[in-house]
Design a protein around this ligand. Structure first.
Ligand code: NAD
Length: 256
């Protein structure tokens, strides 16, 4: 990561809209891929396409970082990686605990993408005494009795909940009481937390339901087109083509 620059444009670490913050990881993922291919600069259009974002939105987002690119050259890939990483707080190491080491917790523990992005799995915690000490992803599973001690010893501020829904609130309360201020919740339940604690929820079934909604709508369009023209298939396909932009790159479902 290029961190050796002495001149940095002023950035506003406060006051960045939440929607911009949500897109920064998309830019970072696209930029990291360019950096791995040793691509030195990228235009806003190329980067926007790689991140699946509209290029005017990208330029506006980058203006919040104080990054305007160079006319005719584009953005310096390495420097943008550094800038976005710094804005997202990824230039420091974040110890994370995962609570609930079943199918999902073990899969998350084995996922290499956390460590490579600065999220070190400090401990794996489970309530099942039979799991205590068993290695998962190279770490011995620790019992929930040790939860508070683990969090304070490792200075953990992010907790991942992968327990059954019924246990999630109680686990959340213990994490918060132990000093955790950010929670990534995979359990299908809404968590109550005090002010100052951030919760992000991941629910793949909700994503599938949204896709189902769009599938149903597409099927509805097809039926309507058949009624209008008496021809199956082609009119609906043409209607879908018609929704695409000039480059044919506008997805039917935009990333959130
Ligand atoms: N968000 C998603 O997209 C998504 C996808 C799959 C599963 N899930 C959810 O993730 C959760 C885990 O799913 P799974 O398939 O891994 O279940 P699982 O039954 O395989 O694992 C759950 C683990 O949690 C442990 N546990 C139970 N109570 C606990 C407590 N109080 N403290 C600590 N550990 C406790 C159990 O001992 C078990 O090892 C479920 O809530 C499931 O609905 C979410």
């Amino acid at each position: 990561m290029a961190t050796g620059r002495t001149h940095r444009p002023a950035t506003r670490s406060r006051g960045i809209p939440e929607a911009t913050v949500a897109r920064l990881p998309l830019y970072l993922r696209a930029l990291t891929a360019l950096s791995e291919r040793s691509v030195p600069t990228v235009s806003s259009e190329e980067l926007a396409a790689a991140a699946g974002v509209n290029s005017a939105k990208l330029r506006k987002d980058f203006s919040y970082l104080g990054s305007y690119g160079t006319r005719g050259v584009g953005y310096d890939v390495e420097y943008l990686v550094y800038q976005i990483s710094r804005e997202l707080g990824l230039t420091q190491d974040w110890p994370v605990v995962i609570v609930g080491i079943g199918n999902l917790g073990a899969a998350l523990a084995n996922y290499g993408g956390f460590a490579s992005r600065g999220f070190r799995v400090a401990a794996l915690i489970d309530a099942d005494p039979a799991m205590a000490g068993k290695p998962v992803a190279g770490l011995p599973v620790r019992h929930t009795d040790e939860l508070e001690e683990i969090i304070s010893e490792n200075g953990v501020s992010i907790g991942v909940i992968a327990t059954p829904a019924g246990a999630a609130q109680q686990v959340c309360d213990r994490l918060v009481a132990a000093g955790i201020t950010s929670i990534l919740n995979f359990a299908p339940t809404v968590l109550s937390v005090p002010d100052g604690v951030d919760v992000r929820k991941v629910d793949l079934s909700i994503e599938l339901q949204i896709l189902a909604f769009h599938e149903q709508r597409k099927a509805g369009e097809e039926t309507a087109a058949v009624r209008r023209t008496g021809t199956a298939g082609r009119p609906a396909a043409a209607a879908r083509e018609g929704r695409k932009g000039p480059d044919g790159d506008v997805p039917a479902v935009m990333p959130a």
